[in-house]
Write a protein that binds this ligand. Structure first.
Ligand SMILES: Cc1cc2nc3c(=O)[nH]c(=O)nc-3n(C[C@H](O)[C@H](O)[C@H](O)COP(=O)(O)O)c2cc1C
Length: 380
């Protein structure tokens, strides 16, 4: 059914227009309370077996919507309605900005992939904070807030820009993410180098604590979990270095991975790929490298950090593989475009079946359970 809608309508529309249309429908349906509850019952039935505690939060399940879909926090309840267990909003920057000129989003249908160079188009942290503050208290959605650098702010002033956003947004966030891995803001990914990342993460931690009224050394005020989101294009040693830094600074987790600037192994004809131009590639072609980065992080951190896996997750098998490899939470974006509103439900059903078949009593017991087996095999 969705396949037909995709072929007849969405595929013929400019991808960014199709996004706004589909997101508009989701928001429209969720604005009608009776209808929202009904759709939610169908698309997001909650299976107690999938409940999981992560980052100090109780989530209905491990599967969330990755950053970039709802940059401005305008449709969180609609996205929860279609079955996402958490929604990561953003990337939000210190100042509002329009992003790159259009067209800036491209489909590679044969590869079940997207290329985007959106460039953090967003309303800015003040407007997004006001929107989050105005959300009804009755909303139970788990909301991650992903922050990045304003393009017009010079690289030397990046820390101040992130701090501004963290101060405004942390108190509204269930968890906060420092995004240093999008390829579409010049220089942003240089912030992944440990000597740049250390002062940035330290300053954002302090700003988040100020935002929630938590003073250093005291337990008063909420401590917002802080994560960093990394690129799949980091060399293995750099992945290790970020993992070590995260442990050193007492970070709560790492999100792996963002989109790649690589274009290897695509089926789409090279002229179409070249015509799309620069940007981050997401979807199926990212699967293998994202999984490798996750495995590396888990081997390095051994369960001491919460790992959030994202990149090329399309099926319940993919999500299960990430959990076995050490991810406590799993996210996706591109496959939502290709598979539509029943996608999260399919993932949940498949995960529940795999969990039952695995013999683990709870999902948390499955986290990383495949990593040990792999290591043992490799050791022989
Ligand atoms: C159109 C688009 C916009 C995105 N915008 C952001 C963003 O603003 N911040 C961010 O951290 N990641 C962003 N991402 C990356 C996704 O969150 C995710 O890390 C990546 O797409 C890999 O997951 P996937 O293969 O399931 O799509 C964006 C991805 C897409 C396709």
């Amino acid at each position: 059914m969705y396949r037909l809608l995709f072929d007849l309508l969405f595929r013929r529309l400019d991808p960014e227009k199709a996004h706004h249309l589909a997101f508009g429908w989701i928001r429209g349906v969720s604005a009608v309370p009776g209808l929202r509850a009904l759709v939610r019952r169908v698309l997001a039935p909650q299976d107690p077996a999938l409940r999981i505690r992560a980052l100090g939060l109780d989530l209905p399940g491990p599967f969330g919507l990755a950053a970039g879909f709802d940059k401005n926090a305008v449709g969180i309840d609609g996205l929860t309605m279609v079955g996402f267990d958490h929604v990561e909003i953003g990337t939000v920057t210190g100042q509002a900005q329009p992003g790159n000129p259009t067209p800036r989003l491209f489909r590679l249908v044969e590869d079940r992939a997207l290329i985007n160079r959106m460039g953090f188009n967003n309303d800015g942290s003040a407007a997004v904070a006001a929107r989050l503050a105005a959300r009804p208290r009755s909303s139970t959605a788990v909301v991650g807030v992903n922050i990045g650098k304003t393009k017009a702010v010079p690289e030397q002033e990046a820390v101040t820009d992130y701090v501004t956003s963290a101060e405004r947004l942390a108190r509204h966030a269930d968890y906060l993410v420092v995004n240093v891995s999008s390829p579409n803001t010049p220089g942003l990914r240089n912030l992944q180098a440990v000597d740049q990342l250390r002062p940035l993460l330290t300053a954002v931690r302090e700003a988040a604590d100020r935002s929630t009224g938590r003073s250093t050394g005291s337990t008063a005020g909420r401590r917002v979990p802080l994560l960093v989101k990394i690129a799949p294009d980091l060399a293995d040693e750099d992945v290790d270095a970020v993992a070590d830094l995260a442990l050193e600074l007492g970070l709560d987790g790492i999100i792996a991975t963002n989109t790649t600037i690589g274009r290897e192994g695509l089926r789409t004809d090279p002229a179409t790929v070249a015509a799309a131009g620069a940007g981050g590639l997401s979807g199926a072609p990212l699967k293998q490298r994202s999984l490798e980065v996750l495995r590396r992080l888990y081997a390095r951190t051994g369960g001491r950090l919460t790992l959030v896996a994202v990149g090329g997750v399309e099926t319940a098998d993919d999500a299960w593989e990430r959990i076995l490899a050490g991810a406590t939470l799993v996210q996706g974006y591109s496959a939502f475009i290709y598979q539509g509103p029943f996608w999260a439900r399919r993932i949940h059903r498949g995960l529940a079946a795999r969990l039952r078949a695995s013999g683990h009593a709870a999902l948390a017991d499955a986290v990383g359970s495949g990593a040990a087996a792999t290591r043992t095999r490799d050791d022989h």
